[in-house]
Design a protein around this ligand. Structure first.
Ligand SMILES: Cc1cc2nc3c(=O)[nH]c(=O)nc-3n(C[C@H](O)[C@H](O)[C@H](O)COP(=O)(O)O)c2cc1C
Length: 165
């Protein structure tokens, strides 16, 4: 069976709508994090989620070495933070963690204080597929606040617009 091209694939998938998260890890006193749209639930018992990260990103080796990471689901009023953690901030020299207020739970991975949901994870396992590593995280702690999630669709950030039935 022939495969579709990478550009046809990414163009088609750009029409999907995803929530926006910042995934973080900490190893030997150093923090790393990036904006992702690939986070999703795997199963509830045990509580497992997954996130796909480009192998070029320093997060990959640091999360493997530390054995843990955190997922911060970004609220709709934090688009600037999502842009900074995607490498789209105005000042490329700015430290990503200078934006927002950060704390830590049991694994030590950075937790955004006003994340809509923060999921602290132990690394369960990971596997490489093409350019990305898929990280499976066992959720060991969860914090929630109230608000609306930030979305990403059609290559831009968006907010929820409820549609009545
Ligand atoms: C909305 C959005 C979603 C993204 N999702 C992912 C993702 O799921 N996995 C990934 O590896 N990169 C994703 N990226 C790209 C990374 O955020 C970006 O490549 C990374 O922050 C660059 O980090 P670096 O400068 O440290 O290499 C996404 C970017 C945006 C704007």
């Amino acid at each position: 069976m022939p495969s579709v091209t990478a550009s046809a694939f990414t163009s088609a998938l750009s029409q999907a709508a995803n929530g926006v998260s910042v995934v973080t890890t900490s190893n030997n006193g150093q923090d790393a994090g990036l904006t992702v749209s690939s986070m999703c639930s795997v199963c509830a018992d045990p509580a497992l989620l997954l996130v796909c990260v480009n192998l070029d990103n320093e997060f990959c080796q640091m999360a493997i070495d530390s054995g843990s990471f955190a997922v911060n689901i970004i609220p709709s009023d934090c688009v600037d933070l999502a842009a900074v953690f995607a490498g789209l901030g105005e000042d490329p020299e700015q430290s990503r963690f200078d934006v927002g207020e950060w704390t830590r739970l049991s694994t030590g991975s950075p937790i955004l204080s006003n994340a809509l949901v923060a999921l602290d994870c132990q690394l369960d396992s990971s596997l490489v597929k093409g350019s990305h590593r898929v990280f499976f995280g066992k959720v060991v702690d969860v914090r929630t606040t109230s608000g609306e999630p930030l979305l990403y669709t059609d290559r831009r950030f968006a907010v929820v617009q409820p549609v009545p039935l």
